[in-house]
Design a protein around this ligand. Sequence first.
Ligand code: SF4
Length: 376
Amino acid sequence: MPTPAHSSRSPTDHRPQTTSLLAWYRAHRRDLPWRRTRDPYRIWVSEIMLQQTRVDTVIPYYERFLRALPDLQALAAAPEQALLKLWEGLGYYRRARHLQAAAKRIVHDLDGCVPATAAGWRELPGIGDYTAAAIASIAQNEPVPVVDGNVLRVAARVWGLTDDIALPRTREQIRTRLQALMDNTPAAHAAPGDFNQALMELGALVCIPGDSPRCAECPLQPDCIACRDDRTAELPVKARRRAVPHYHVAVGIVRRGNSILVQKRPAAKMLGGLWEFPGGKLQSGETPAAALRRELCEEIGLEVIDAEPLGIVAHAYSHFRVTIHAFLVIAPSRFRARPTAADEARWVTPAALPLLPMPAATLRILALLEKNALAR
Ligand code: SF4
């Protein structure tokens, strides 16, 4: 780690701590599939999948994705629905769209050559400072620091920083200090990918959130202000997030004979291109059944005669939570859906439903539906 603000040491005095950190990482790092390669494409895919998503969740998605789309050319040429199906359940689907848009740009505009620097990666859709630095340092050995939540926590504790780490200026301050460390410490400069991953791994495994980091196991402990001053519970400082809104939603699994109606969400909206059952938010004072009747009338032109409750599903997105009230609805045999809030409506058999890419909450309703069918 770089020279702490309280110290009169020069940056090079901290070589032992940097060396200890790298030695710790090489001895303790988790064996993850993306750590067995230096292929920029594979590291890029892993970094995009890991945004907002746990390592354990990402591993099977990563392996399946690369089996189906093993290189840039395959990703650029993949049909959108196949891409969304590979991403189904991982959430934040814009990541998949940006990944493909960037792959197309590399294949069509850059002769298939990936950017050689973090600055070049940042020019591509869906790649910000963190991802650009991660790919360039890990796959291409460029000495640029990464700053993610784990790194912010470790840095705030080691340096005893009391600024709010949620603020962009704190993030920038830490990035500048890390860059100075990298530039002044040969071990970090020579292995920037390992150095960056070491800090992130330390934050994930040892300098964990909450009031009980594992300081006794930490290679940075000799230089850590938070540990020295017994302030690990109060650092890092992070502003409390505002309460997350919570919505109630009513949806109908509308059957006509042996087919079920699904709608494709508009491409420009959240979860665009994914398929779901028609429905929408409850208005103030509305019951789920009343909301269902109103929504199905507005969205597909169906007058609901009879609706049977199927079950309730709760789901959390990054910035809101939903409770979904699902109903079984029988449509008249001559009913033709007129979608007003979707790109497309389609009648599919229950067996064909799992072939369509769907949001995680819709998949859970599907599971309820299967359970219900088995119970009958
Ligand atoms: S000594 Fe403790 S608080 Fe300091 S970096 Fe290590 S784990 Fe975090």
